[in-house]
Design a protein around this ligand. Structure first.
Ligand code: SAM
Length: 311
């Protein structure tokens, strides 16, 4: 193995987050469109495989796929099958297309899934996702159930916490995950596309969860805390103005048009790696890692609504 990828803040890169498409079949009111690209063709199976192979030389052993909606890629199974050996391969999906493919995804090397589900109420689900028909909600629930059967576990449920929309559903979601290989991740809304009117106080929520917890553990990723509440596992993800979160970020992102992206919250330091040899890519990867810096450095707190997000 070659030397580890460490940025100038001492943060080791151990995982890739690859957006495989900017396309999506839902229109969530808050979406930060992490995979969205304006123009440019989608990253190919070979390009993903090459990036993963070169990163793996430096000890990167985890990859998460995202989008857009990754399962809109008909060749997603090929992408999985082309990866070098990794310790953890996962995908974040809206779950609508998961059920028919879950078993095959597992066979092709997927270890686990995160499914975005912000509400257990079909009307609210439709409000949040702009989903064009009532079937999508059922498909997501079915997707979760089939993923559990296929062993894509733990299945993590991503719930963006939205003021006046689903704040009252956390207990219901905790009950949903309790006693199963499911984990609830309640995520603070980041201010994209004027969605900030839905921003809710996750710090207060975390205090409530903590007060009910039997025990907690710290994760390496972002130093997030996992709480255990009578057989339910819950995480509260607070990315905004959280210098500890940023200081413990170990991800290098890849956009759906094949650029290395040092930070979710910046678009001004992307590194295009299309058409490179492995050695050129290796150099470009080191350059991208050199460009990494924590977005929130502290100690001066920012008001969440004043945080400038990329266009
Ligand atoms: N389509 C896939 C899905 O729904 O999971 C993958 C892409 S989606 C952008 C990845 C995750 O980002 C989802 O869990 C989503 O809820 C979360 N997300 C999107 N916009 C966000 C925002 N403004 N603040 C916090 N989380 C957000």
């Amino acid at each position: 193995m070659q030397e580890l990828l460490v940025d100038s803040y001492g943060r080791k890169v151990s995982s890739l987050r690859v957006s495989v498409t900017g396309r999506c079949n839902l229109r969530c009111i808050y979406c930060h469109g992490e995979g969205e690209v304006r123009g440019g063709s989608e990253i190919t199976v070979d390009e993903v495989a090459q990036i993963a192979r070169v990163a793996a030389r430096h000890g990167v052993d985890r990859v998460k796929f995202s989008g857009g909606e990754p399962l809109l890629r008909r060749d997603f199974e090929d992408i999985l099958a082309a990866l070098p050996p990794m310790r953890d391969v996962s995908v974040t999906t809206n779950g609508t297309l998961l059920a028919p493919r879950a078993a095959r995804l597992k066979e092709c090397g997927l270890d686990r899934v995160n499914v975005s589900l912000d509400s257990m109420d079909p009307d609210r689900f439709h409000f949040i996702t702009g989903s064009p028909n009532g079937e999508q909600f059922e498909r997501v629930l079915d997707g979760i159930s089939v993923a559990l059967d296929a062993g894509l576990t733990p299945v993590k449920i991503n719930m963006v916490y939205l003021k006046g929309v689903n704040e009252d559903e956390v207990d219901r979601m905790i009950a949903f995950v309790r006693g199963k290989p499911l984990v609830l991740q309640v995520i603070e809304l980041m201010n994209f596309r004027g969605a900030f009117k839905y921003h809710a106080d996750v710090a207060a929520l975390e205090q409530r969860v903590k007060a009910q917890a039997d025990r907690f553990e710290r994760r390496e990723m972002h130093r997030r805390t996992k709480y255990f509440l009578g057989g339910a596992e819950v995480e509260v993800v607070r990315p905004i103005d959280n210098s500890e979160f940023c200081m413990n970020c170990n991800r290098l992102r890849v956009t759906s048009d094949c650029k290395l992206k040092p930070c979710l919250l910046r678009n001004d330091n992307l590194v295009d790696v299309r058409g490179m040899t492995d050695d050129q890519l290796d150099n470009a990867m080191r350059r991208a890692v050199g460009l990494r810096e924590p977005f929130f450095k502290g100690p001066v707190p920012l008001r969440p609504d004043k945080v400038k997000m990329p266009e």
